[in-house]
Write a protein that binds this ligand. Structure first.
Ligand SMILES: Cc1cc2nc3c(=O)[nH]c(=O)nc-3n(C[C@H](O)[C@H](O)[C@H](O)COP(=O)(O)OP(=O)(O)OC[C@H]3O[C@@H](n4cnc5c(N)ncnc54)[C@H](O)[C@@H]3O)c2cc1C
Length: 386
């Protein structure tokens, strides 16, 4: 590492990827500054579902009990409804808690930030990344930041990590190459319903449409209606966002629609219009990208947080092993994430027959097991393991 620096690593973005990464680096004795332009504890749109890989990471990091103690309900069953066929799946608990949780992001991301701070990382919210500082050879050696009051200052570092999300300003700044895997995407419409007796995760499918019910914090269930952008846009412009959720829910399953009509909505509905599946060059001299900054997939497989947690630990390990040289990180990441990434891209088609769709979910669960096995092998014996 260079001698002239303020910190070893600057991480841009303090959510799933950035806060988790910073905690692991700080625990390993690396001086780490994390910045985020958001307020601490702010929300971001999500279906909130942590698939098993993410739950296992929280378990290994000893954070799952903290989440459950704060009131996030454990989910022990996922039910899939493909037309007339219903497939219930029991979700085995992990070592320290339930097999699935779906916390609000305001809570999850804040908890990860607190854990990073406890490990010794410094967190600065309402602080924006503006530019990189480079040395004569062009290697990134720090960042220019803007304080909450708007004044700019420099922080010299040996390494800069972009955990700054889909639109990653760091990726833009360093000119990371971007590849579009598929232009196709779903739109997702979110409503929050007071349904205290909803305990299972439920997914119901009809041709071209799906609905998910996921119990989150505070006795509230997140209801997600997904379909083609044109279909959702048309429905919203005719009925409004809340009306669209209710009418599309009834179209998928009349009983479910009636149940939602009788329930109270706890906040306004929100639309994620969708985004193409992309992958970016994720490392270069003095910098690397993790989480959505490095690759973004449609939320249809609810796998982004698992990716973020996997990348957070993978890059931390890689940097410690390599003496802060990111070369090779991406080469190791891609074969692990490729299979689920490619399947997610396939699953963004809306014209799939329901039989094909159910086979895709079976395949997804096998691929998730393979990914978990990789994580256990790669991270299990590391000094970073909880
Ligand atoms: C609608 C929707 C639903 C989803 N549902 C699920 C789900 O159910 N399960 C799941 O696993 N995944 C889901 N995902 C994916 C998941 O949300 C992402 O994969 C995850 O948030 C990625 O985490 P991240 O830390 O990489 O990025 P983000 O969560 O996007 O965080 C990036 C952070 O960087 C900060 N930042 C950006 N620019 C700057 C800057 N210039 N200076 C300082 N800070 C900056 C932002 O303020 C932000 O806080 C969903 C995604 C969407 C869009």
């Amino acid at each position: 590492m260079s001698q002239r620096r303020d910190v070893d690593v600057v991480v841009i973005g303090a959510r799933c990827a950035g806060a988790a990464h910073a905690r692991l680096l700080a625990e390993a004795g690396v001086s780490t500054l994390v910045v985020d332009r958001c307020e601490e504890g702010s929300d971001t749109l999500s279906s909130h579902t942590l698939t098993r890989g993410a739950v296992k990471q929280l378990d290994r990091w000893d954070l799952l009990p903290r989440l459950v103690a704060s009131g996030t309900p454990g989910i022990s069953r996922s039910v899939f409804q493909f037309g007339e066929t219903t497939i219930p799946l029991d979700l085995r608990p992990v070592r320290s808690g339930p097999g699935m949780v779906a916390p609000r992001r305001s809570k999850l991301d804040a908890m990860l930030g607190t854990a990073a701070r406890e490990a010794g990382a410094e967190l600065r919210y309402r602080t924006s990344f503006r530019d990189t500082i480079r040395d004569d050879a062009g290697r990134v050696r720090g960042v220019r930041l803007a304080s909450p009051e708007g004044w700019e200052y420099s922080v010299r570092a040996d390494f800069v990590v972009g955990a700054d999300g889909l639109r990653s300003p760091l990726a833009r700044n360093v000119g990371a190459r971007e590849t579009t895997i598929t232009e196709a995407f779903h739109s997702h419409l979110y409503g929050y319903f007071v349904l205290p007796d909803q305990r299972d995760n439920l997914f119901a499918f009809a041709p071209g449409l799906s609905i998910g019910l996921t119990p989150t914090d505070g006795g509230v269930t997140t209801v997600i209606v997904s379909g083609s952008p044109a279909r959702l846009r048309a429905e919203i412009s005719e009925k409004g966002a809340e009306g669209a959720i209710l009418s599309l829910a009834s179209e998928i399953d009349a009983d479910l629609g009636a149940r939602l009509r009788a329930a109270q909505m706890s906040e306004r509905a929100r639309l994620f219009a969708g985004h193409a599946t992309i992958r970016r060059q994720s490392s270069g001299p003095g910098w690397a990208l993790i989480g959505d900054a490095g690759q973004f997939r449609d939320p249809v497989t609810a796998h982004g947080i698992t990716d973020a947690f996997r990348d957070a630990e993978h890059l931390a390990l890689h940097l410690l092993e390599s003496g802060f040289d990111a070369a090779g990180y991406e080469r190791e990441r891609n074969p692990v994430s490729d299979p689920i990434f490619a399947l997610t891209a396939e699953m963004t088609r809306y014209d799939r027959p329901l039989t094909e769709l159910s086979a895709q979910f079976v395949r997804l669960s096998q691929l998730m097991r393979d990914e978990q096995a990789w994580m256990e092998e790669r991270f299990g014996a590391s000094a970073l393991a909880a």
